[in-house]
Design a protein around this ligand. Structure first.
Ligand SMILES: *[C@@H]1O[C@H](CO)[C@@H](O)[C@H](O)[C@H]1NC(C)=O
Ligand SMILES: *[C@@H]1O[C@H](CO)[C@@H](O)[C@H](O)[C@H]1NC(C)=O
Ligand SMILES: *[C@@H]1O[C@H](CO)[C@@H](O)[C@H](O)[C@H]1NC(C)=O
Ligand SMILES: *[C@@H]1O[C@H](CO)[C@@H](O)[C@H](O)[C@H]1NC(C)=O
Ligand SMILES: *[C@@H]1O[C@H](CO)[C@@H](O)[C@H](O)[C@H]1NC(C)=O
Ligand SMILES: *[C@@H]1O[C@H](CO)[C@@H](O)[C@H](O)[C@H]1NC(C)=O
Ligand SMILES: CC(=O)N[C@H]1CO[C@H](CO)[C@@H](O)[C@@H]1O
Length: 673
């Protein structure tokens, strides 16, 4: 499948709108209203930023119609009978970690999304990562994509830049721009990891295996050390021929041979300190995995590889992204919306890998979906940035976890795609308050809390409600006991229909099942008024805010429902609105394990480090963005028992950092290249 470069498109449409962008009044630099929920400001924000909304897919205004209820409507009341003891349950997944869903950042948008250089980290990015890492223990990010293949580490760049790109041919979807970067980019990532528990995947260029460029791994090991998880070697090799990066006839065997050449070079490179940490084959479906295995890939290279990976998007919007490239008429997003609002979507994506997934366990490897999202070639406006995509992300993520994938990375492609979990504002003036968070971002929070921090969570698809595709339900076992459930409702209420109540019953009196159903459970909801909603999304009452409303933090008071169970009937009735997701904590332990106090994650010493690397005039602090230190820091108090509401805000370290950097980061690299 083609997902040629967002980046190309990015450059093209950026060029086209540059003049326009410069004319835009930057809104809310000083005294901007703090994001305090979305209700009062969503509309205003969208209006004030009309130019942005009209010019960049990342902020588009397209709102679709929620699909009709299925006919027949699935039952709105059903029972899920579960066993408490994992030993009594078949088909649980391998043990999963809360960082299951991470991010994939195209190298070319690093300056836009992560930071201008190691001293100018985008604070909203840190805050966003922190919301995930707080819940998951850590967050995984890949910096890579098509551009990694031709990327070159150079000693320095003009104007002290960190990354420089060649212009690409915007009419050619398969053209990949050449990209140079300096070690500053690696220091940037390292400085991020010093503040948030972020771990990285990088890519080793594979465009030319006779003139290897291994410097990224040499410098990566030296600068990032244990914060590097693995290096991807080769990105979608099964598209090399169609993208013109290898001659006709290049096949699985050619790839196998080249891969071996690079492994030898890595083994003979004394500057590379760690081995056995490659990610491959990262195919996207033109070659079957079996055809790659048939070359002897796994047996020959098992010592060099730590992660078996694939890349997949369930659909593409290439016809709209590249009108002249022969993809045919553009797809109407409304016509594909319903395809995402079903359990079948995730299941279909995963099904093509079910034969290979057991091999990962056999060889002791991870198996990751290394790059994915709703649709390649930029996503479908109205679909990719809707609440429906958040529901899809939760179900698809849990389906992968249930199927023994060990992680998946949601791709971030810049301002000209509609599927980004988060996007900075399109201005040369950085405003730390005007990021746009896509609903799919919330799926990373739900997955993080559903899987928790113990690394022992195992996932079960319960095939609830006679296996209805509209009401999927998962059970999560942690340390061998039932800990949490995730109940999803893909429907949008119409004429009072669509919501359902799941009756959970645990144990069923079987021996070894303990006390069965608890006297009460806690529930967090992921909610929006409709699957088509773009701005008004809440997770347990908190929100990142509407488009242009986010500084990376959740705002609002966390709301956790207590639902009393019927201890005589041994049942708990969990209502699930249409649309919505319910995360049910079966026991206080199950909640405590995944809902840690925000403040404990980072120490304020982190600030000291940043102070040392960022030179800031303290006088900017008083005026930056209208927030006082006192207000900001207030968000980090009051954590108590395990079900104490999570307060809006981040760790003091990040809070202070936000203020420091807000005042100084005035040049956004998004507009530089
Ligand atoms: C940012 O844009 C303003 C106009 O809106 C312009 O005056 C300024 O020079 C730009 N700054 C940079 C660093 O490009
Ligand atoms: C980082 O970027 C800022 C803004 O462009 C610049 O002022 C600063 O000199 C850069 N720092 C380094 C170390 O390159
Ligand atoms: C690979 O990429 C490098 C750096 O962009 C470029 O100089 C080189 O010509 C490319 N090699 C091939 C065979 O395309
Ligand atoms: C996942 O792996 C576990 C442990 O090997 C196995 O029991 C289970 O059947 C696998 N799940 C799937 C969907 O293959
Ligand atoms: C979970 O796994 C991560 C990564 O291997 C590790 O850093 C962390 O300490 C583990 N957590 C627990 C509770 O064992
Ligand atoms: C936001 O959505 C919630 C339901 O999720 C609804 O109760 C609330 O009224 C909505 N707010 C606005 C401003 O639409
Ligand atoms: C912790 C860390 O990696 N700090 C680095 C931040 O970036 C500067 C370069 O700008 C490095 O010198 C620091 O070592």
């Amino acid at each position: 499948m083609l997902k040629p470069s967002l980046l190309i498109l990015s450059l093209a449409s950026f060029a086209a709108t540059w003049t326009h962008v410069l004319a835009v009044t930057v809104y809310g630099q000083e005294g901007v209203t703090a994001p305090s929920g979305v209700s009062s400001t969503a509309g205003a924000s969208a209006t004030a930023n009309t130019d942005w909304v009209n010019n960049y897919a990342a902020y588009n205004n397209k709102i679709l119609t929620a699909p009709n209820l299925p006919d027949p409507v699935p039952s709105n009341a059903f029972t899920i009978q579960l066993l408490n003891n994992a030993a009594n349950v078949n088909a649980l997944s391998v043990q999963q970690s809360g960082n299951f869903l991470g991010f994939s950042v195209e190298v070319s948008v690093v300056t836009q999304v992560i930071g201008k250089n190691a001293s100018q980290i985008a604070v909203p990015f840190l805050n966003l990562l922190a919301t995930v890492a707080d819940r998951a223990g850590s967050v995984r990010i890949r910096v890579g994509g098509n551009t990694q293949e031709t990327a070159t580490l150079v000693d320095s760049l003009p104007n002290n830049e960190m990354i420089a790109k060649d212009k690409a041919d915007a009419t050619n979807p398969t053209d990949t721009p050449i990209l140079d970067f300096t070690t500053e980019m690696l220091y940037l990532l390292s400085n991020v990891s010093a503040l948030v528990n972020a771990k990285w995947y990088l890519g080793i260029p594979f465009n030319d295996t006779t003139n290897l460029r291994l410097q990224i791994a040499e410098a990566g090991d030296a600068i990032l050390g244990d914060n590097i998880l693995a290096y991807q070697l080769g990105n979608e090799p099964d598209l090399y021929v169609s993208h013109g990066h290898r001659p006709q006839g290049y096949d699985q065997q050619s790839y196998f041979n080249e891969f071996g050449t690079v492994i030898n070079a890595l083994n003979n490179d004394p500057k590379i300190t760690k081995r056995g940490n490659l990610v491959a084959p990262s195919t996207q479906g033109t070659w079957t995995l079996q055809s790659v295995w048939d070359t002897g890939f796994l047996t020959s290279y098992q010592d060099a590889i730590s992660v078996l990976a694939v890349e997949q998007y369930p659909d593409n919007n290439c016809a709209a992204a590249f009108p002249d490239a022969g993809f045919g008429p553009p797809v109407d997003p409304q016509s594909v919306f319903a395809n995402y609002l079903t359990h079948a979507s995730g299941r279909n994506i995963v099904s093509q890998y079910l034969d290979s997934l057991p091999l990962a366990q056999q060889y002791g490897k991870q198996f990751m979906m290394f790059e994915t999202n709703t649709a390649s070639c930029g996503g479908f406006p109205g679909v990719s940035d809707s609440f429906g995509a958040a529901l899809w992300g939760v179900d698809y993520g849990l389906q992968m976890a249930y199927s023994n994938f060990t992680g998946a990375l949601l791709h971030i492609g810049g301002q000209d795609v509609s599927y980004n979990p988060f996007t900075p504002p399109p201005t040369n003036l950085s405003n730390t308050k005007q990021w746009t968070v896509g609903p799919i971002m919330y799926s990373t929070l739900v997955l993080a809390e559903a899987l928790g921090t113990s690394n022992t969570s195992r996932v079960l698809d319960t095939f609830a409600n006679s296996a209805s595709d509209y009401t999927p339900a998962y059970a999560i076992y942690e340390k061998d006991v039932l800990a949490r459930m995730v109940l999803i409702n893909f429907m949008t209420e119409q004429n009072g229909q669509g919501a359902y109540t799941a009756t959970i019953s645990i144990g069923g009196g079987q021996t070894g099942e303990g006390n069965g159903t608890p006297s009460s459970v806690k529930v967090k909801y992921l909610l929006a008024p409709s699957v088509s909603e773009k701005d008004n999304v809440t997770w347990a009452g908190q929100t990142y805010g509407a488009r242009f409303q986010c500084d990376g933090r959740l705002t609002g008071t966390e709301v956790i429902q207590t639902i009393n169970c019927d201890t005589t009937a041994n049942t708990c009735q969990i209502p699930v609105p249409a649309p919505g997701v319910a995360l049910v904590f079966i026991s206080p332990d199950a909640q405590g394990a995944t809902d840690p106090p925000t403040t404990q994650t980072y120490s304020t010493t982190a600030v000291t480090k940043v102070k040392n690397t960022v030179t800031i005039d303290p006088s900017v602090l008083a005026t930056s963005n209208g927030d006082s230190a006192k207000d900001r820091a207030a968000g980090s108090t009051s954590q108590g028992s395990s079900d104490a509401p999570r307060t809006a805000g981040v760790a003091p370290g990040l809070t202070l950092l936000a203020m420091f950097v807000t005042g100084v980061w005035v040049v956004v690299a998004a507009m530089r290249r």
